[in-house]
Write a protein that binds this ligand. Structure first.
Ligand SMILES: CC(C)(COP(=O)(O)OP(=O)(O)OC[C@H]1O[C@@H](n2cnc3c(N)ncnc32)[C@H](O)[C@@H]1OP(=O)(O)O)[C@@H](O)C(=O)NCCC(=O)NCCS
Length: 342
């Protein structure tokens, strides 16, 4: 087996995407995997200097065939001790040590980049996933357990208008605004603060991550990345005296217009207790129905400890659809990099 570097303009990258798609299809057969164009656009951003993250990709090749895929993401503005790792092995090539070899490569790459923690997520449609067994076998620790919930659209009108009325009554004095793809200039600095708070206030269990460093330029960078990845982002916010104090984002891939993923939702600490979470979520659902009516399902992930958010989601009709676990391992930084180059 060979582990070889690849990138968005390399001929092997299509095979990297195909392994990823096959792995996703095996886990959730009813769902279209992430389109290759999304992986390509992300890879281009990660390999272009100047962004808030860099990244690198590897393929595992056995008998000339690509059977495994690795992506490493390295934050550069914050979290300088962490590397995020994605590993997938083609379902037909599992239990032959390919995942282990990729993980070892990930450890080498992270150490060479001076990182001391490696973090990876495992999608868990049900109990007993290969990813969990693998992470446990490799001695990783589970730092966070989240539940995925799906909402089938259209939302029950009675349910939505009841929640909307309740939230509006509890949050008099706040104004709701919506936007798509580009945060209004006047709200940009406030939106950056909300992203910063999102990185500290959303329950992250024992995942070894620290506050993210957001400013207006990073919000614009994120918007550019989303556009390049073929995503449209629908947002709703709550204003108090003209300042943005709460937001929620929905992401829709233009290649899969029937599906949406919940992005962040946050109410600033000093404005909690006025049902603003429900207010912005009901507002974005109205906007979604009006502007992107093809969407049939929204998926969201919450830690079970995040009771206020789970309560809003359940009131809207979101139902459990498996989970997502986050795992980490400590590594010793500075070990020599050993990689076979193409
Ligand atoms: C998780 C994954 C990468 C493992 O790849 P792999 O090539 O099969 O892994 P390995 O052959 O190196 O397995 C190493 C050990 O992990 C454990 N393991 C892996 N898959 C397992 C499974 N399905 N059931 C039980 N144990 C398993 C075993 O202890 C195995 O050793 P063994 O085969 O000698 O018993 C692969 O199943 C996959 O792509 N899953 C979907 C993506 C994913 O969850 N990635 C998360 C990475 S943290």
């Amino acid at each position: 087996m060979e582990i070889v570097e690849t990138g968005p303009d390399d001929e092997r990258f299509a095979a990297w995407c195909a392994v990823w798609a096959a792995s996703q299809r095996a886990a959730r057969p009813g769902e279209a995997p992430r389109p290759a164009s999304d992986h390509v656009a992300l890879a281009r951003r990660l390999t272009t200097p100047g962004g808030s993250r860099t990244g690198t990709h590897r393929v595992a090749v056995v008998d000339g065939e690509v059977v495994g895929a690795l992506r490493m993401l390295l934050p550069v503005r914050d979290n300088a001790s962490v590397a995020f790792l994605d590993v997938a092995v083609h379902p037909a090539a599992r239990r032959r040590g390919v995942g282990t070899a990729l993980l070892e490569e990930g450890v080498r790459l992270a150490a060479a980049a001076g990182r001391s923690s490696l973090v990876a997520e495992v999608d868990e449609p049900g109990p007993g996933t290969a990813g969990r067994a693998f992470a446990l076998a490799r001695g990783w620790t589970c730092d966070l357990q989240e539940t995925r919930r799906d909402l089938l659209l259209p939302v029950d009108e009675e349910r939505l208008s009841a929640l909307e009325a309740e939230a509006a009554a509890a949050s008099a004095g706040y104004e709701v605004v919506t936007w798509r793809d580009r945060t209004p200039e006047a709200l940009l600095a406030d939106r950056a603060l909300l992203s910063r708070r999102m990185s500290t206030d959303a329950p992250s269990g024992d995942v070894p991550v620290a506050e993210e460093d957001w400013d207006a330029a990073r919000v614009r960078e994120q918007e550019d990345v989303d556009r390049a990845r073929g995503r449209t982002v629908l947002s709703a916010g709550a204003l108090r005296n003209g300042r943005l104090v709460a937001f929620t984002d929905l992401h829709v891939s233009l290649a899969q217009p029937e599906r949406a993923n919940q992005g962040g939702t946050l109410v600033l600490g000093e404005h909690r207790g006025h049902r603003l979470g429900a207010r912005v979520k009901t507002a974005v659902l109205r906007e979604l129905a009006a502007t992107l009516p093809a969407v049939r399902r929204i998926s969201t992930y919450n830690s079970d400890t995040n009771r206020p958010m789970v309560a809003v989601n359940e009131a809207l009709g979101f139902r459990r659809a498996g989970g997502l676990s986050t795992w980490s391992t400590r590594i010793r930084p500075g070990r020599r990099r050993a990689v076979v180059r193409p």
